[in-house]
Design a protein around this ligand. Structure first.
Ligand code: GTP
Ligand code: NA
Ligand code: MG
Length: 298
């Protein structure tokens, strides 16, 4: 894309951290909802996407599961993100999945904002958390470093405004842009088979605009977009960069992490999906690595 085609786009912020440190609760506090109450055992099983408007500015948030079985999903989360919020429970400190999250954010070269959560708890120890962060190379600003940290309580809704201010500040410095006027490219962040609607996938738009009726291809799945629903559950007909959108109309359930492409027509979508399916078959016969969809376009 030419520089002149690039337009500002909302930041994509991924909330990461150890299991039960309060990632979903923090998003609940930001959204004023209670997703955690509805979760089986309070454990996040998928990457939830939501859009929040603050002072007329949109922020796209991705929740991630903290359970260690979800390492690969978390690493994908880091790849689609612009900013990572690292949630650390003040009563628990840095734990194995906290370090994993730090490593993912570093590998993706995205800025980290630390949310020191659960400061309402009797046994909260903020200084200990800052000490442990320093040991990981994240020296907070008040300790003479450059890591932004905010002390919060998701439960008591303390520090939420300050955290959002920091997110907007960091986002502004990133000068995030994308070309909305082209065929859409996005990432599948979650997908499932719905009894009534068939394959349903949540796509995070990276560039271009996705329209209802577009022909798309993702992995070996393809189709014409039948309907699009935004993160608030409302039907929409177009989705611009940084927008998470649930789509229906795919031929099969794609894998999370796959890239989705809009293409000119249905034949192209079908042919490319078939070509990829064949290539994966050939490669797996040879025992070699997975095939990238980009290979087919080059
Ligand atoms: P996973 O998705 O399973 O990794 O957990 P999570 O990081 O999303 O944590 P979750 O929001 O499910 O919160 C875990 C537990 O901590 C719940 O019982 C919350 O009520 C509690 N909790 C979260 N934030 C706070 C807080 O600020 N203060 C207190 N006291 N409890 C909190
Ligand atoms: Na939890
Ligand atoms: Mg959660």
């Amino acid at each position: 894309d030419d520089e002149k085609d690039l337009k500002p786009r909302p930041p994509i912020v991924t909330v990461m951290g150890h299991v039960d440190h309060g990632k979903t609760s923090l998003l609940d506090a930001i959204r004023n909802t209670n997703i955690t109450d509805g979760e089986a055992g309070g454990i996040t099983q998928h990457i939830g996407a939501s859009e929040i408007v603050i002072n007329d500015k949109i922020i796209t948030f991705l929740d991630t599961p903290g359970h260690e079985a979800f390492t690969s999903m978390r690493s994908r989360g880091a790849q689609v993100t612009d900013i990572a919020i690292l949630v650390v429970a003040a009563d628990d400190g840095i734990m194995p999945q906290t370090i994993e999250a730090i490593n993912h954010a570093r590998a993706a070269e995205v800025p980290i904002i630390v949310a020191i959560n659960k400061i309402d708890k009797q046994n909260a120890n903020v200084d200990r958390v800052k000490q442990e962060l320093a040991e990981q190379g994240l020296l907070t600003e008040d300790w003479g470093g450059s890591t932004i940290s905010v002390e919060v309580s998701a439960l008591k809704r303390i520090g939420i405004d300050e955290l959002l201010e920091m997110v907007l500040l960091v986002a502004e410095l990133e000068e995030l842009k994308a070309n909305p006027n082209r065929l859409a490219v996005g990432t599948i962040i979650e997908a499932r088979l719905d009894k009534g609607r068939g394959p349903v996938a949540t796509v995070l738009i990276a560039k271009g605009t996705l329209n209802k009726g577009d022909f798309v291809l993702t992995g070996t799945s393809y189709g014409k977009i039948r309907a699009m629903v935004n993160s608030k559950g409302r039907r929409i007909t177009t989705a611009t960069p940084s927008t998470p959108v649930e789509i229906t109309g795919l031929s099969e359930v794609p894998e999370a992490g796959e890239i989705l492409y809009s293409v000119e027509d249905e034949k192209m979508a079908k042919d490319l999906a078939e070509k990829r399916r064949q290539k994966i078959k050939d490669e797996s016969n040879k025992g070699t690595a997975r095939v990238s969809l980009e290979d087919l376009f080059s």
